[in-house]
Design a protein around this ligand. Structure first.
Ligand code: AVJ
Length: 328
């Protein structure tokens, strides 16, 4: 092996470079009893494009439902937000939803989109800034699941009230403990005058949930498998995408969709100087997508130092959006 294992490449302070940290994280996940690759690794630029394709699927109701709610929400917010604000989006992707808010809420003076997919976000931010020349656009290329500092980002950012934006039920990717930690962290990052607009997927018919993650065009399957291609790129591993298959199901006990990649055969995969054995039928857990009843989510938000200001529910109860204010 020409590339020594990560542990041997730690420097004297025992700090790994960001790239090596990611490789170490992936390797550790593949050594766990239930093998796991974090869902944040879906979003290389191919994965971000595939996610955009998922959002065009009729079965994937969360995106379409939330998109249909946003113009109404934006118009409500244009009435209630009377001071200049800086909009901070966590996991910003293609910035499609931000545009709907910008159309109505003239008090948004600055936009700080945060995303891990660098080139995808750069392209989207350039386009946004060209279309809204009077709005300051200051992207941050970062893993928003880690603490992010907003220091010196927006212009005059100190005077602007922060409006966090976390749409799409991305909160559903986190288990309850981390969802709480994350909401607490946002409370701190957005400050005592901070607000948070957050989209949360609801509990509903198991059949509807199942279809949303098992679309007939097979786009979700491609999206799931792409994580292996991305990992091969990051870690020089040799996952064979044809030797795994997509598997997604709703787990009512945990109130979550689970996505897995199932090894079709007995095989070994090389990564970071190790050989990882797979039994036939063994899975890598790639994503959880938790669903919340409104009362469950509001309880979680309260525990994290937020209070409910306003809530919107889709007419068919398929998706919910909450405006939270910092509880001072
Ligand atoms: C962007 C994380 C909200 O969990 O529904 C879509 C990602 N995974 N189809 C979700 C996803 C499979 C999505 N989130």
């Amino acid at each position: 092996m020409s590339v020594p294992p990560v542990a041997q490449r730690a420097d004297s302070t025992n700090q790994l470079s960001p790239e090596l940290q990611l490789i170490a994280e992936i390797t550790a996940g593949l050594n766990a009893q239930q093998k796991i690759i974090s869902s944040k690794f879906f979003y290389d630029s191919v994965g971000s494009d595939l996610f955009d394709q998922i959002c065009d699927l009729p079965e994937y109701y969360p995106y379409l439902t939330e998109m249909n709610m946003l113009p109404h929400i934006a118009s409500d917010l244009s009435q209630s937000i009377v001071q200049p604000v800086e909009l901070v989006e966590f996991g910003a992707g293609s910035l499609t939803k931000i545009r709907i808010l910008l159309e109505s809420i003239k008090m948004i003076k600055s936009v700080v989109p945060i995303d891990i997919a660098h080139s995808h976000l750069q392209r989207a931010a350039d386009k946004l800034s060209a279309d809204y020349p009077h709005v300051n656009v200051a992207p941050i290329f970062a893993d928003f699941t880690q603490p992010v500092s907003l220091q010196n980002k927006g212009k005059n950012q100190d005077e602007l009230v922060k409006l966090g934006f976390f749409p799409g039920s991305t909160i559903g990717n986190f288990n309850r403990d981390f969802a709480l930690t994350f909401l607490q962290r946002l409370r701190k990052t957005l400050g005592d005058s901070g607000m948070l607009l957050i989209g949360v997927d609801t509990k509903k018919s198991l059949h509807t949930l199942h279809q949303a993650y098992n679309d007939s065009a097979g786009v979700t399957a491609k999206f799931n498998l792409n994580i292996l291609r991305h990992v091969n790129h990051i870690a020089a591993s040799n996952f064979d995408l044809d030797a795994f298959e997509h598997y997604a199901f709703y787990n009512p006990h945990f109130g979550r969709i689970e996505m897995h990649l199932v090894s079709k055969i007995e095989q070994s995969v090389h990564i970071n100087g190790q050989s990882i054995p797979f039994a036939q039928g063994e899975t890598i857990h790639t994503e959880n997508s938790y669903k919340y009843r409104p009362d469950e989510f509001i309880h979680l938000a309260r525990m994290a130092g937020w209070r409910l200001e306003q809530q919107w529910m889709a007419s068919n109860d398929m998706f919910s959006v909450f405006l939270l204010h910092a509880n001072r």
